[in-house]
Design a protein around this ligand. Structure first.
Ligand SMILES: C[S@@+](CC[C@H](N)C(=O)[O-])C[C@H]1O[C@@H](n2cnc3c(N)ncnc32)[C@H](O)[C@@H]1O
Length: 201
């Protein structure tokens, strides 16, 4: 799942994702005061643009240049810091973001240092939001790419267990997707983690 994999995937269609913000983002972030946000695996940019439209200053990272070009084109005059990079190697500044979101972002278990860096990027008092596909019992029938094993990637509920007592877990649950699953997909439920880092004293 390197840049070539993702560029090729995007090039298969003029638009890969819906263009609408992720329902998890809308549900969990609408009430937060805007600040600095880091969107990991931003894809075609719908989430970053939704955040920017609500006053967030957004850094949006993706490994696919094709996706980032589409995101920048969709943005028009809206200002987002579109950043090409591999999150498994990207070292975001520690404590810099009031929101770090990773929505349907495949973070490999082989990159524990990247996970630690992402957690460290959340500012005191800031929020971590992670959502993934709940594919239990369905993936062998519906996964669009059988070469991808979901067990190779961190699950949000697993990340929740790694958080220390400087975090308050606000949401750690499996729940139905807000928008319908794409045709042919078995992804009807999301796994969602929302956690708040303790404010500085
Ligand atoms: C399933 S898509 C989700 C896109 C977007 N977050 C959404 O919900 O519509 C996963 C995205 O992560 C990006 N990606 C995958 N591995 C990455 C990595 N190691 N570093 C940065 N981006 C990555 C892909 O290019 C793709 O755009």
């Amino acid at each position: 799942m390197d840049q070539r994999f993702w560029d090729d995937r995007y090039l298969e269609q003029d638009q890969l994702w819906s263009g609408a913000p992720n329902g998890v983002l809308v549900a969990e972030v609408a009430d937060l005061s805007p600040g600095q946000a880091l969107d990991l695996g931003c894809g075609e940019g719908a989430d970053a643009l939704w955040l920017a439209g609500r006053g967030w200053l957004v850094t949006a990272v993706d490994i696919s240049r094709v996706a980032l070009e589409r995101a920048a084109a969709a943005a028009g005059d809206v200002s987002v810091c579109w950043t090409h990079g591999d999150v498994t190697r990207y070292g975001p500044p520690a404590g810099a973001f009031d929101l770090v979101s990773a929505l349907y972002f495949p973070l490999p278990r082989t990159a524990p240092a990247a996970l630690r860096a992402l957690l460290a990027a959340v500012a005191p008092g800031g929020t971590l939001l992670v959502a993934g596909h709940d594919l239990d019992g369905t993936r062998h029938h519906h996964d669009p790419d059988p070469a991808i094993d979901p067990d190779d990637f961190y699950r949000p509920d697993e990340i929740a267990k790694l958080l220390d007592d400087t975090w308050t877990v606000q949401v750690d649950e499996t729940r139905p997707r807000v928008s319908p699953a794409p045709p042919g997909s078995g992804h009807v439920n999301d796994i969602v983690l929302k956690a708040r880092r303790a404010p500085s004293r």
